[in-house]
Design a protein around this ligand. Structure first.
Ligand code: DGL
Length: 270
């Protein structure tokens, strides 16, 4: 397909439409930036796949975005960042920004964070990427990491206010609360939609760090540092390409983006 914008746009990719939570945060903070979003909906989820497969898929995603001359790539997917970011950074010359660094910085910005709970896909937790990054930077930090594989399907089903979702969350979060966490890091694209229910479950006693918002802030600092920030006039265009258009892709995209998405196109990788 022909994109309306190419040169100078930001490329953002995720395993599916969940990364639109990052797009929303980026658009709020950096409205001038044009964005080409790629969601690999034909192969979602990445969270249950092997590290090799996640690296191969992520590599194909980046190659696709580079064909459209993006100035920087944002890996909006936590699982892809956890397993593929070092490989991608080594392989490509364009700046590649993942979600982990930002989440870790946001946790450590509060000196009172001493016991941190992390929830994410199985792949992200198994990679230990968040655990290592946090432990390296603050000695004595207590980290309680929990894979929460049932949450992505619940969010995709829009079960955001269902009792069943509350029960699942309580099952995952209660042991963390028993261990006295003061911070809960949401290390998955889908989890920002669960913030109201999480606030209720944690009774406001825990600081909730959402990696979508923190990623946008981190991206802004990186673009400034690299002199890549768009200083032009007017708002940037958002274009969304998905590798598969399922029945509910538009409704899902609207939910993650929190507004009507622009026309979505099916794209081929490779
Ligand atoms: N985008 C993934 C993540 O942030 C969640 C969905 C998936 O498993 O692909 O880890």
């Amino acid at each position: 397909m022909t994109w309306l914008v190419n040169c100078g746009a930001l490329g953002i990719f995720d395993s599916g439409v969940g990364g639109l939570t990052v797009v929303r945060a980026v658009q709020e903070l950096l409205p001038r930036e044009a964005i080409i979003y790629l969601g690999d909906t034909a192969r979602v989820p990445y969270g249950s796949k092997s590290p090799e497969t996640i690296r191969r898929f992520s590599d194909e995603d980046v190659r696709y975005l580079l064909q459209h001359d993006v100035k920087a790539v944002v890996v909006a997917c936590n699982t892809a960042t956890a397993h593929a970011l070092p490989m991608l950074e080594q392989k490509y010359r364009v700046p590649i920004i993942g979600v982990i660094e930002a989440g870790v910085e946001a946790v450590l910005a509060d000196p009172n964070s001493q016991r941190v709970g992390i929830i994410a896909t199985r792949g992200t937790i198994a990679s230990h990427a968040y655990q290592h990054a946090l432990a390296q930077r603050r000695t004595g930090l207590r980290i309680i990491a929990q894979a929460t594989p049932l949450l992505v399907p619940l969010v995709e089903e829009n079960w955001l206010n269902e009792e069943a979702t509350k029960l699942v969350l309580q099952k995952y979060i209660s042991p963390m609360l028993d261990k006295g966490i003061d911070t809960l890091l949401l290390a998955c694209t889908h989890y920002p939609l669960l913030v109201p229910m999480l606030q209720e479950i944690t009774a406001g006693a825990v600081r909730i760090v959402d990696s979508a918002t923190t990623c946008a802030e981190h991206l802004r600092r990186e673009l400034l540092r690299l002199d890549l920030l768009n200083e032009g006039e007017g708002d940037g265009i958002l274009q969304i390409g998905l590798t598969d258009l399922s029945e509910q892709f538009e409704e899902l995209a609207e939910r993650f983006l929190r507004r009507l998405p622009p026309r979505i196109t099916r794209v081929e990788l490779g």
